[in-house]
Design a protein around this ligand. Sequence first.
Ligand SMILES: C[S@@+](CC[C@H](N)C(=O)[O-])C[C@H]1O[C@@H](n2cnc3c(N)ncnc32)[C@H](O)[C@@H]1O
Ligand code: SF4
Length: 364
Amino acid sequence: MKELSIYVHIPFCERKCNYCAFVSYCTGEKEKDDYIDELCKEIEKRKCDGVVRTIYIGGGTPSILTPQQIEKVVKAIYDTFDVYDNAEFTIEANPSSLTEELLTTWKRLRVNRLSIGVQSLKDKSLQKIGRLHTKVEALEKIKMARKCFDNVSADLIVGLENETGKELCRYASQLLDLGVKHISCYLLEVYENTKLFCDVKEKKYVPLTDDQTITAFNKLANYLQDKGLMRYEISNFAYPDYESQHNLTYWERAEYLGFGISAHSFDGKNRTANADNFEDYKAGKISKEKLNATEELEEIIMLGLRCKLGVETAKLQKLGYDIKQNSYYADYVKQGVIQEKGDRIYLNPVFYHLSNTVIANLLP
Ligand SMILES: C[S@@+](CC[C@H](N)C(=O)[O-])C[C@H]1O[C@@H](n2cnc3c(N)ncnc32)[C@H](O)[C@@H]1O
Ligand code: SF4
């Protein structure tokens, strides 16, 4: 029986953060109810064979849905699909909307992993990027979440104004002291059409330079690894057995179904994307993306080398590419940048910060 992963997109937020380009809107309860109804219809309509091994409800901000709204979505999933008893089930939460009532409801609904957006633990920073919570609130909510859930992850952003590596390590230390098992460290991206983009242009906000960001990131990465977390993907660190199984699905190019506005699905060969606005979504509009052989090769190399899964060289060969004949390959192996184990190759995590260059050089 084939295995599947499920992603559900909740495109709502209490307030848009200045840096965020995710598909998410601020809206009223009626719109949320209408969306949940459409979401459940979509889930039921796309019933298929297979057993679900991971579920991920992300956004946007799933924690602004009421317990009843979330319950409806989860019921639709479990009524439609076979789900392993031990399936990893993650929900994303924002500290500003996380409540005890939500936590107990999620627990009852079989959620077993939380991913909480922390970003920073400095009030001035949080305020400047448009977050609604303070440092104290973020820490309190994590403490509260940990009482209900063992597997809690936190997101940090690296590159924010005046945030040094030393400070980031202090944030990480506070999170680990509260029992956080997984930390995602994202490099700040300044997207056009965000408030942050204007603030940067007008010099109201000065993010770290690229060099400063890399220095800060490396300091944080070393700190987390010293604390016993594994860097199992470029941006993700976890204690052993706490890697996100759902993320691994994406990186190993396994099948997943994406439900909701702007959600993507992958059947092992082709990708489809749902419309990114409610009207088109409701009308069932989807766009298809068919990868040609070169694009498929590139994707396998990029995804595999960026995480602990590595790349199966025979798979590349089947698609007509002998990576070992690449002019950079032998040198990378000699320098220890690329490691060979059995029929797989890996990017040595020590060189993750050079991944863009290494991967670009190794592409066909
Ligand atoms: C869907 S949000 C997480 C849950 C919740 N919406 C929140 O923000 O608390 C996913 C994560 O993406 C990261 N992110 C979003 N926009 C980013 C950007 N422009 N640069 C770096 N990281 C970003 C943040 O760390 C954020 O927590
Ligand atoms: S970072 Fe999270 S809360 Fe902020 S706008 Fe993006 S999805 Fe919403």
